[in-house]
Design a protein. Structure first.
Length: 136
């Protein structure tokens, strides 16, 4: 599994990296929205973890740009990782195109459960997609 974590705080990235290394997950890190978008252009990811509050381009804007792509990467699972505790923040994130949200500080158990749910949902979606028929 390859995960991209977009967060301007190096300590947040380190904590998540250390958690995911235990499970053998490959984690790529981007310090801001534009860098994250460039990495999505260049590499294939299974899941994107996205901070909300970053200088330059916030997470909601980056999510909007991912969802506006004209390719399969537009449907990548995106989990917002935020310290924002506003009453409607989860709804705002979902409305912007995120699939789910995790609160900071991220707990290992919550992170692994969320990643498992995202992978399972993606697997179910791929299995239910119409399969091409081959005529010989």
């Amino acid at each position: 599994m390859r995960v991209l974590f977009v967060d301007d705080d190096a300590m947040n990235r380190r904590v998540v990296r250390d958690m995911l290394q235990v499970a053998g997950v490959t984690l790529d890190e981007a310090p801001d929205g534009p860098s994250g978008l460039s990495m999505i252009d260049a590499l294939d990811y299974d899941i994107i973890l996205m901070d909300l509050r970053m200088p330059g381009m916030d997470g909601l804007t980056a999510i909007g740009r991912i969802r506006a792509r004209g390719d399969a990467k537009a449907s990548l699972p995106i989990v917002v990782v935020t310290a924002d505790t506003s009453p409607n923040i989860r709804e705002e994130c979902i409305a912007a195109g995120a699939d789910e949200m995790l609160q900071k500080p991220v707990a290992m158990k919550s992170l692994f459960r969320m990643l498992g749910q995202m992978v399972a949902a993606r697997t179910r979606s791929a299995q239910s997609a119409p399969q091409p028929t081959v005529t010989v």
